[in-house]
Design a binder for this molecule. Structure first.
Ligand code: ADP
Length: 498
């Protein structure tokens, strides 16, 4: 069941990567670096990265501010051509970069390559989107007036991204920011900076002028904090934890910056009595366990009709116990490690607390250290039954491979339980009853709603975002991206007096 791999990576060259500022790769001003190690094997050193500070952030924001006018004045068609070329370049390197992604993040190779391919689709989509109509033509009270709206770029935007989708999330923020004429300072997550470096390399090779896209790597307080406080940064697009999101909300409100937040979820999958059980089982297990449960859209609550709860839970337990957990680069492995040792310990701590609080632990619950997994952040895929929906485990996001089953009586109770959390990112229902499915769609408080598919599915050309505490009301991707990364200008053109 378990894959071990003999590592030869120590023999590979370990690179030191700098910041990218004003069209040049350069070390942090202080000369400091930090290490990035694979979560699957602490001996596998992925690279060294610039440990930047305020001085580097300043230089990057200055470069972005100086490039802003020139970039704003380029045509959308020219910007689209660069994104299109970048998509093609990334496509030719998808296997190689997907592998690097897996090495630094820990999701399986299939998922790593899949995510990189998603980034290709995103770049391609925004190359097209840049050339779509962007304003509206209105009738005027004066029949001779030409009255229309146009969309202007915002200026310098900060893009701050998490480690769980290290290339797709940067792509879905950076591509629209650039497509609509903004310049960017990008801070990748410290646990996954390689993918950020690769995306910037590719966009640069595709022809971005110096200063238009800048990357500064480093920690939250040394890089993220000064970046979001810089008055020249007029907008911030952030995906990450609720706690950081709450801090950014204050900072942006105080200085009047435009803000987009994507944060956590406690996503439910409702399984009604008439569901196709086989299909529901497969989708719920995938939703809960793929990417080691570290997706903001992951399923963490299976809300199951009481009439089939025992049967469904037994089958869930069998499938979850049978998952092949190991080196994510290895063929056949279905689940890799968590992002790091602290995350693994935190999840095991939460599992222990949930067990102590009365939830019924059926599968997993601890660290996996045998069969070559002793050097990585491996946690067994975990299933609880009989979860109290109002308990801490029933309410809080664990961000790990942990699923809880909550039995309910019928649709109304299922939806009430599903909505009884502060989050509202994604939700699923499994049923053959169209009327019930439509009632669920109407009543559920979630920004992404699935009928008969898993909570984590998301396509790149449609809006993405959550309700309630999961988001900040704005949406990313698809046509919504233009709303965030532009501002409206209303134009009245009157003929001069005859
Ligand atoms: P995660 O658990 O996904 O890493 P975080 O919110 O801690 O979530 O981090 C997401 C991103 O936000 C990372 O790039 C991190 O360095 C950055 N970050 C964290 N705290 C701050 C902050 N106070 N200001 C700006 N950026 C921050």
């Amino acid at each position: 069941m378990v894959a071990a791999r003999t590592r030869t990576d120590s023999a590979e060259t370990v690179h030191t990567h700098g910041n990218f500022i004003n069209g040049e790769w350069r070390p942090a001003g202080s000369g400091s670096t930090f290490e990035n190690r694979s979560p699957a094997n602490d001996d596998d050193l992925v690279g060294h990265f610039a440990a930047s500070n305020l001085e580097d952030v300043n230089a990057a924001v200055t470069a972005a501010a100086e490039a802003a006018d020139g970039w704003r004045r380029t045509s959308a068609v020219a910007r689209a051509a660069i994104l299109h070329k970048a998509a093609n370049l990334l496509e030719t390197r998808a296997n190689e970069i997907g592998r690097e992604l897996t090495r630094e993040e820990g999701k399986t190779l299939k998922e790593g390559i899949g995510e990189t391919t998603r980034a290709v689709q995103i770049l391609r989509y925004f190359a097209g989107e840049a050339q779509q109509p962007s304003g509206e033509h209105y009738p005027s009270a004066n029949p001779l007036t030409l009255l229309y709206t146009a969309r202007d770029p915002l200026g310098v935007v900060a893009i701050i991204t998490p480690w769980n989708f290290p290339i797709a999330i940067p792509a879905w923020k950076i591509a629209p920011a650039l497509a609509f004429g903004n310049t960017v300072v990008f801070k990748p997550a410290s646990y996954t900076p390689v993918c950020g470096v690769r995306l910037v390399e590719i966009l640069t090779e595709a022809g971005l002028p110096p200063g238009v896209l800048n990357l500064v790597s480093g920690g939250a307080s040394d890089v993220g904090d000064p970046l979001v406080r810089d008055e020249r940064v007029v907008a911030i697009s952030f995906t990450g934890s609720n706690q950081t999101g709450a801090e950014l909300r204050k900072i942006a409100a105080e200085r009047g910056a435009k803000l987009q937040l994507e944060m956590g979820g406690k996503n439910p999958a409702i399984v009604l009595a008439d569901a196709d059980l086989e299909q529901a089982l497969g989708q719920v297990v995938n939703g809960a366990m793929m990417s080691t449960g570290q997706k903001c859209t992951a399923t963490s609550r299976a809300i199951v009709d009481r009439s089939l709860a025992d049967q469904f839970t037994t089958k869930l337990a069998e499938r979850i116990a049978a998952l092949n957990v190991g080196d994510p680069l290895e063929d056949g492995v279905q689940m890799g490690p968590l992002i790091n040792e602290q995350a693994a310990e935190r999840v095991v701590g939460e599992v222990t607390a949930a067990k102590d609080a009365g939830s019924d632990l059926l599968v997993g619950g601890g660290r996996l250290t045998d069969n070559g997994r002793g050097n990585g952040a491996f946690v067994a895929p975990t299933l609880f039954a009989g979860v109290d929906p109002s308990s801490r485990f029933g309410q809080e996001e664990l961000f790990g491979p942990v699923l809880g089953v909550i039995p309910v009586d019928g649709l109304d109770e299922a939806v009430a339980v599903a909505n009884q959390v502060r989050f509202g990112l994604s939700a699923s229902i499994f049923t053959r009853d169209l009327g019930k499915a439509l009632r669920f769609v109407q009543e559920i408080q979630a920004g992404i709603v699935h009928v008969n598919s898993e909570t984590a599915g998301a396509e790149p050309h449609v809006p993405f975002g959550g309700m309630k505490g999961s988001s900040s009301y704005s949406r990313e991707q698809g046509k919504s991206a233009r709303e965030f990364f532009t501002q409206v200008k209303t134009v009245y053109v009157d003929p001069p007096p005859a």
